[in-house]
Design a binder for this molecule. Structure first.
Ligand SMILES: Nc1ncnc2c1ncn2[C@@H]1O[C@H](COP(=O)(O)OP(=O)(O)OP(=O)(O)O)[C@@H](O)[C@H]1O
Ligand SMILES: Nc1ccn([C@@H]2O[C@H](COP(=O)(O)O)[C@@H](O)[C@H]2O)c(=O)n1
Length: 214
């Protein structure tokens, strides 16, 4: 069973890349950021504060996977609230079984997030750590938000990204860090197609196959 673990900071392009990689190898795909975003959304809907671990754990224990595609999860403030609930160790513990079960499906899987190569799937077949400079990530996220007519400046997006990077890297529970055996993929100067080709080359090399990106 093939498991590809993809980690990296916000707006590095790991979701875009992971979906294409999953399609290329006919693997199932899970964006684990959606789980933390959904916990943040449900905590607030229930009248709780994302900083309150008990309130966030209550939401995590009732999570409904059918809501992971909710477009509201992509709203600007939800990423910030998600990184607050994600810092609670008990929230992470409540989401562990779902992610491990997804990874264990017989068809294999591509899973992206922050701790996939380090905590969720330490024995993944191949691990990628996808990154780009904060400025390039802010530019990409700004364009994405502008497309959805969300009124925000690029400087505000950069400030959001820096704050989230700091929280995700600095927390005690499963901080964002490259697994020692992950392949680093810096997409700062790569188009989406070039990043996909670089990923397939890395994965095929790790699998002992010759390149097959198209
Ligand atoms: N290599 C690239 N070059 C230019 N734009 C890119 C590249 N990769 C992704 N993008 C664009 O950047 C935006 C963010 O990409 P994506 O959502 O895949 O990032 P992400 O790392 O999954 O973000 P998040 O952590 O918030 O889930 C999207 O609009 C996507 O189309
Ligand atoms: N495995 C993961 C995935 C996500 N998080 C936290 O959720 C926030 C939102 O994630 P996106 O990928 O949708 O940007 C993120 O900032 C992390 O705090 C996580 O901790 N672990």
């Amino acid at each position: 069973m093939m498991i590809i673990a993809v980690d990296g900071p916000a707006a590095s392009g790991k979701g875009t890349l992971s979906k294409r990689v999953a399609h290329h190898y006919a693997l199932a795909y899970l964006d684990t950021g959606s789980l933390y975003r959904a916990v943040a959304r449900d905590t607030v809907i229930a009248g709780g504060d994302p900083r309150d671990e008990a309130a966030a754990v209550a939401a995590a224990e009732k999570l409904d996977p059918k809501t992971f595609e909710d477009p509201g999860l992509r709203a600007r403030g939800v990423g910030e609230a998600a990184s607050i609930v994600a810092a609670h160790a008990q929230v992470r513990a409540a989401l562990l079984a779902y992610q491990r079960a997804f990874a264990a499906q017989p068809s294999g899987a591509v899973i992206d997030g922050r701790d996939i190569g380090t905590v969720i799937c330490p024995n993944a077949t191949v691990k990628l750590f996808v990154t780009a400079t904060p400025e390039e990530r802010a530019r990409r996220r700004y364009l994405q938000l502008a497309e959805g007519s969300i009124p925000v400046t690029e400087d505000e997006v950069l400030a959001d990204i820096r704050k989230r990077d700091e929280r995700d890297k600095g927390r005690e529970a499963a901080p964002l860090v490259k697994a020692e055996d992950a392949h680093l993929l810096d997409t700062t100067n790569l188009s989406i197609d070039a990043a996909f080709k670089a990923a397939i080359d890395l994965i095929d090399a790790a699998l002992g196959r010759s390149g097959s990106a198209s």
